[in-house]
Design a binder for this molecule. Structure first.
Ligand code: HEC
Length: 265
């Protein structure tokens, strides 16, 4: 065999050996979970019963589009305290903290080599979505728009063993605690309601203070001179519908979009 050919053969064998070795090393050391695609065009198409007039039937985005959407970063979270349990100066301290991204698109993320690494990372994703309060999905989690959790009414501290028995989101949404605390139906908690079908419901909030979704998201509802469009406590002329501040501060066009979206669920 001429030297040149021999050299080429040797080089090829070397390359084959090196690539084989690195593949073998990776597969013996690392854990490679098979992550199923959850947004599947054919499966999505079977999830909705078409409307009688198909013009109004929901059209889902394509899987292609879905997987192009930027992934929301997971930020480091801090404890939420009931108003009377907050350590002095806590809110001021919190405001001085810089946001810390634990897992984002641009490079920062947990180490993902072993099976244990993966399990820890998934735990982080679950905890983040259960705790986050800045978006509706933390509580009204798609696809059923509910996280199946209880939230303590304001002023109620769950007993020590409650967490073992119930699925509790340890934060109050701050709505009127009387139904949960002072009536025979009271358990101390309010359930997170599902937003599925919210378009055909009325009388929002657990006592039905707001006749329409527009009223539930009207920032004026928390004022003392507010006249509720739904239930008003006996004898009252005005009543502040306090709590559940989510979405109240949205700009007009964003609120319009939110309401249109809610009515499509
Ligand atoms: C921390 C959890 C949490 C977050 C975040 C949250 N909600 Fe809620 N939501 C609740 C709870 C609990 C209730 C029931 C409160 C009550 O009636 O006392 C509720 C009630 C509602 C209702 C009234 C439903 C009904 O049938 O009365 C609507 C509509 C609603 N939420 C929409 C939203 C939207 C939109 C967002 C985001 C802008 C949001 N929620 C964020 C927990 C949450």
């Amino acid at each position: 065999m001429p030297t040149r050919v021999r050299l080429i053969c040797l080089a090829l064998a070397g390359i084959a050996l090196v690539t084989h070795q690195s593949w073998a090393q990776k597969s013996s050391r690392g854990f490679h979970p098979v992550i199923p695609k959850t947004w599947d065009d054919a499966a999505m198409a079977t999830l909705e019963v078409p409307l009688a007039d198909p013009v109004g039937s929901p059209k889902h985005v394509s899987a292609d589009y879905y997987y192009k959407m930027p992934v929301r970063p997971i930020y480091k979270e801090y404890p939420i305290y009931a108003p009377d349990r907050e350590p002095p100066g806590y809110l001021e301290w919190l405001k001085r903290q810089e946001p810390v991204i634990l897992w984002g698109d641009k490079g920062h993320g947990p180490q993902l080599v072993t099976r244990e690494d993966w399990i820890k990372a998934v735990e982080m994703v679950f905890e983040a979505s259960a705790q986050t309060r800045d978006g509706c999905p933390g509580c009204h989690t798609p696809p059923l728009y509910i996280n199946n959790k209880l939230t303590p009414a304001e002023g109620f501290t769950p007993p020590p063993d409650a967490e073992k028995k119930y699925d509790i989101l340890p934060a109050s949404v701050g709505t009127d605690p009387n139904l949960a605390l002072k009536t025979r139906r009271g358990t101390g908690y309010y359930k997170v309601p599902s937003l599925k079908g919210v378009w055909y419901r009325s009388m929002f909030g657990h006592s039905g203070w707001c006749a329409t979704l527009e009223d539930w998201f009207d920032a004026r509802r928390v004022r003392d001179d507010y006249v509720p469009t739904g239930f008003i406590p006996y004898g009252a002329k005005t009543y502040a519908v306090k709590g559940h501040p989510f979405g109240l501060g949205l700009k007009a066009e964003n609120k319009k979009a939110l309401l249109a979206f809610l009515k499509s669920l």
